[in-house]
Ligand binder design. Structure first.
Ligand code: ITT
Length: 190
């Protein structure tokens, strides 16, 4: 069987490819297939994941797996949340986005944060199913580590003394929001 990973975020693509490795699946990337990015017009992670998976499944005529995810801060009412990518702007300036969060948190005591991932699997016939994963932790400052992507250097999961960016890819991929959503997907679909 074959599947297209409907993301244009190379950090995510790498993690999902790694998670799929133990399974006998031929993997295609959205970039390989020249898929265009649909507009993420949904108002929830579930809606956006579905938009991306369906768009890729139809365009490629293949089963598609999409991820919509975000970094959420309790004290900021869940921001950047659904808009995590946009906070870094078109130039993907994550250091700037992380500083912005830090500035906004300066007069808050509570730095609790979490990541959400919603994976959506879509078939070319329009059938879809979603799986959600969440990992809780804290925003930390200054940023630490140079692995991973996005907000990884400022997130430390509960009961770990390393940020996501200080973990190896394999370590992060065992515990992350994306890995948790993926486990639910595997349980249901395999
Ligand atoms: P695609 O839509 O093409 O998949 P994207 O980067 O635009 O790529 P999202 O709209 O889902 O994806 O935005 C999610 C953002 O949340 C992402 O750009 C990161 O900034 C952040 N994020 C999600 N998962 C993360 C992780 O595991 N580590 C660090 N940051 C993460």
């Amino acid at each position: 069987s074959k599947i297209v990973i409907a993301t244009h975020n190379s950090g995510k693509a790498k993690e999902i490819e790694e998670l799929l490795k133990p399974f006998q699946i031929q993997i295609y990337s959205a970039k390989d297939l020249n898929l265009t990015e649909p507009e993420e017009t949904g108002s929830t992670f579930h809606e956006n994941a579905k938009i991306k998976a369906l768009s890729a499944a139809k365009a490629a005529n293949m089963t598609a797996l999409a991820d919509d995810s975000g970094f959420c801060i309790d004290a900021l009412n869940g921001d950047p949340g659904l808009y995590s990518a946009r906070w870094a702007g078109p130039s993907k300036d994550y250091p700037m986005a992380m500083r912005l969060i830090h500035d906004k948190l300066s007069n808050h005591q509570n730095w609790a944060a979490y990541f959400i991932s919603v994976l959506c699997i879509a078939l070319p016939n329009g059938k879809t199913q979603e799986f959600e994963g969440r990992i809780d932790g804290d925003f930390i400052w200054p940023p630490r580590g140079d692995h991973g992507h996005g907000y990884d250097p400022v997130f430390q999961p509960v009961s770990y003394d390393k940020t996501f960016a200080e973990m190896t890819d394999a370590e992060k991929n065992r515990i992350s929001h994306r890995a948790l959503a993926f486990q639910k997907f595997i349980k249901t679909c395999f």
